[in-house]
Every structure is written in structure tokens, then in C-alpha cells.
Design a protein around this ligand. Sequence first.
Ligand code: NDP
Length: 255
Amino acid sequence: MTMKLFDLTGKTALVTGSSRGLGRAFAEGLAQAGARVVLNGVNAARLAEAAAEMRAEGHDVLTAAFDVTDEPAVVAAFAGFDADGIAIDILLNNAGIQFRKPLLELETADWQRVIDTNLTSAFLVGREAARRMVPRGAGKIINIGSLTSELARATVAPYTVAKGGIKMLTKAMAAEWAEHGIQANAIGPGYMITDMNEALISNPAFDAWVKGRTPARRWGRPEELAGTAIFLASAASDYVNGQIIYADGGMISVL
Ligand code: NDP
């Protein structure tokens, strides 16, 4: 009974930005729970490599290389899913970029790129997914926020604005689509060991700051987020809607 609640057998999950990092770990987790997964990224070679590795583990994996900020490409990808008879039951909007620069030095193009990749993408891909979920009367959307969904930090203004927006976009999706059987929730990871944080992890002062400020006294591992995604993708969360769950070693509680 317990395992059945979390079973994703027969479901198809699209995870954006899943060629590496957190997205890859989310895809692995959803696949382990039984889902067929569609991996996405912009680097086609990296995507093919990730898919081959997951297939070697026995998972059912498809790939869809497209830029989540490119509206025609997003629309075309979903038209392709339709043509191939692929229904996306679970959408995990994970693709994102980090960019550090003080506000006074920030170019408008950099601001726009960060907002587009981290926030507008979730609207674009979410809208295409929901256009198909609404008629089916079911669907799970999981957006990826951050501690910056709640807190501003210096040098990451557009990222902070985008992740704050993710929290409210998640609530807006829930407000509009709950009556159609769709649950939209978000995960707010803490400081995780991925390529995005490479420079920070190897900076002793920043590493010490993270360990000192995180009650768990360590960085998070990508695979530690998978269980939260499985919960939000499964029937176990059918009456949970519009929420953001922080998986951060306790950091948001003490910052
Ligand atoms: P990584 O930089 O390790 O990986 C980013 C992934 O997103 C890659 O698969 C990349 O594809 C893909 N991607 C980037 N831009 C696009 C695009 N325009 N279209 C499609 N795919 C794209 O990042 P993380 O795994 O660290 O982060 C994943 C998410 O988690 C992001 O939304 C991030 O903001 C969020 N997050 C991360 C935290 C952390 O500590 N790492 C903390 C809180 C939130 P490709 O390989 O093709 O470049």
C-alpha cells in the first residue's frame, strides 16, 4: 500500500535541464519509482550520454533537446510528443542558470537571460504541458525554486527575482489548474554539489560559510532531493497544491 502511493509506473515525466546536476538526479529518482523519463538540455551530446547511462541502468528514457527559453522550440517539442503519442503526466521544471554580478554592473541582457531561463521557461513549458493535462483532468507540475525564493543575497538579483517568481508562479498554477486535477508544487533546494556551484565549493571561505550556516553542516547531494520529487510526482501528494518544500539541510529555518 505504501509503495503503491509513490509508484510512477505507466507515467511519463519530462525533466528540463536533466543532462546533469539536480535534473539528472530528479530523472534518476522518478525512473526508479517506475516512470518513463524524457531528458532535456541544450547540449545534445551531453544529453545522449546521460540517456545512454540511464538506459544501461535499465530505465526507460527518451530525450528532447530544446532550449527552454525558446518559445517556438518549446511548442515544437510538445507537438513532437503529440505526434509520437507521448503524454507528459509529470513536468519537472528544473533547467536554470546562475549568474553573479552586482546590480550596478548588471547588463540588461544578463538580467533578461537569467529571468528567461529560470522563470519564463517554467511558464512556457508549464503552459504547453498544462494545455494537454487539463483535458486529461490530471497532471503533476514541479517547479524548482531556491532559498532565494525567500531571501535576497548580494550579486544574484535576477536569480533571486526569478526564484521568488517561481514560488508565486507555482501558486498561480495551483490556483488556476487545481480544479482540473493538476497539482503544481515546488522544491527549494539548499546549497547542492553541482556544476553550478563549482566555483563556490572550491572557495574555502564560501565553503566554510555554507557549512557554518547549514544546520546539517554540509552541502547537499543531488540524489537527496529525489524523494521529495517522487512524493510531489505521485498520488501521495494529490491534495498538496501550491506549496514549496525546502530541502536544504535546515538552512531556511535559521538564516
Ligand atoms: P547545473 O548547471 O548543474 O545544470 C543545469 C542544467 O540545466 C543542465 O542540464 C543544462 O543543460 C540545463 N539548461 C541550462 N539552460 C538551459 C536551457 N536554456 N534550456 C534547456 N536546458 C538548460 O545546475 P543545477 O543542477 O545546480 O541546478 C538545477 C536547478 O536547480 C536550477 O533551476 C537551479 O537554479 C536550481 N537550484 C540549484 C541549487 C544548487 O545548489 N545547485 C540550489 C537551488 C536551486 P546543458 O547540459 O545542455 O547545458
